[in-house]
Design a protein around this ligand. Structure first.
Ligand SMILES: Cc1ncc(COP(=O)(O)O)c(C=O)c1O
Length: 389
């Protein structure tokens, strides 16, 4: 048995320190914002190389993304009819939240297909998707690897788009040595417990690199409030709990070590797989030369001759039967989700995303997985390949 993820191995050695950090908050009944949040924002800002006020800790990654869009002009309540909506271009091969927040912000979602090697938005396809109504571009750094930020930054500058990075899965990942989330105008990270930096509940952060958005973003976190009970705009309640900030401050000190552990695990997978004859039946993750991949997920592709999901699903069942953790992120592209039928997309519109949904499979890669466990995963896959299934 190999679990896909075992959070206790990472969290439990830190529990004494975490409890000590939380205790004064409990005894002082300080639960929302306050010093623990200020301290965490300062530490995270240093991590991203921005000023403390540019690191805004919030209630979840989703809320950080929604907050980013609410900071823009011409979104939310200012839109009246569908054809007048401003648009945000993003990938259909991502977690639901990415597109969900665009819809909720009152913008029209325009999808653009992915680069099949990195699973991230293809800058040429993104360019084709831009229209006169496009206001924002939201690339996702999927699985912990940066999108092609040079091309996307050029596109955003040329077309006057606000560049908002979805770095939910990628805090600490880099593009040409720059930390993602702090490259575009704004960038969001998630501290959902399974992320490389995980809270003890929901939490997230918006990095506002473009200083012109900072004040408004801080206000919109708390109902657009400037002075007490004076509201300049309609915001939300996106505040982070002080307890989560205290947990994250303790864990942040270990984040870069955990990234390196995950990268060493990825290297071990590559080494062990190198001794098998994969014959194109398993494709290992591609590492972009300009990107420092933090392996929130280690994603293999399992292609089927007919372009469908049979081979991937057969391997999934084979691993499930042997209690080897695995997961499909994500089985359905967002343009085919029932709630987005109103956009009018159909099967075949984004072939690379659709193919990826049929082929991807995540293997266990968490920081504390053992050499023996990784060997078991690879041996099980070797058996599958031999079994002729
Ligand atoms: C790509 C992506 N975007 C956004 C989110 C939303 O983050 P959260 O779960 O913290 O709201 C996630 C979380 O899994 C994600 O993977």
């Amino acid at each position: 048995m190999v679990p896909l993820l075992d959070l206790t191995r990472e969290n439990n050695p830190l529990l004494d320190e975490i409890k000590a950090a939380i205790e004064p908050l409990l005894s002082g009944s300080q639960f929302i914002l306050g010093k623990a949040v200020d301290d965490f924002e300062a530490a995270a800002a240093a991590y991203f190389g921005v000023k403390p006020e540019q690191a805004i800790a919030v209630s979840s990654g989703t809320d950080a993304q929604l907050l980013a869009l609410m900071v823009l002009e011409d979104t939310m309540l200012s839109t009246t009819s569908a054809d007048k909506r401003t648009e945000c271009v993003t990938s259909p091969f991502t977690f639901f939240a990415t597109a969900g927040v665009i819809h909720r912000a009152g913008m029209r979602i325009r999808f653009a297909d992915i680069d099949p090697r990195t699973f991230n938005i293809d800058p040429l396809k993104a360019r084709e998707a831009v229209t006169n109504n496009t206001k924002a571009l939201m690339p996702v750094h999927l699985y912990g690897q940066s999108a092609d930020m040079d091309s996307l930054t050029t596109l955003a500058q040329e077309k006057n788009l606000v560049l908002i990075e979805d770095a939910a899965q990628a805090m600490g990942a880099k593009y040409k040595n720059k930390p993602v989330a702090a490259i575009g105008d704004m960038g969001e990270v998630s501290f959902f417990p399974t992320k490389n930096l995980g809270a003890f509940g929901d939490a997230g952060m918006l990095i506002v690199r473009n200083e012109k958005f900072v004040e408004k973003a801080r206000r919109v976190r708390v109902h657009g409030m400037k002075n007490r009970y004076e509201h300049l705009e309609v915001g939300g309640n996106f505040r982070i709990d002080a307890i989560q900030a205290a947990v994250l401050s303790v864990k942040l000190k270990h984040l870069n070590t955990w990234h390196e552990m995950r990268r060493a695990n990825a290297a071990l997978y590559r080494k062990l797989f190198a001794s098998l004859d994969l014959a194109g039946r398993i494709i290992l993750p591609y590492e972009e030369a300009n990107a420092y991949h933090i392996y929130n997920q280690f994603i293999i592709r399992v292609p089927s001759a007919n372009g469908g999901a049979d081979q991937r699903d057969a391997l999934k069942k084979f691993l499930d039967d042997r209690q080897i953790g695995n997961m499909i992120y994500y089985p359905t592209p967002l343009h085919l989700q029932p709630c987005f039928a109103y956009l009018g997309y159909k099967n075949g519109d984004f072939p690379e995303s659709e193919k990826a949904c049929n082929e991807v499979l995540a293997l266990p890669i968490h920081s504390h997985i053992t050499h023996d466990e990784i060997t078991q995963v690879v041996e099980a896959i070797a058996q599958f390949l031999k079994s002729g299934k």
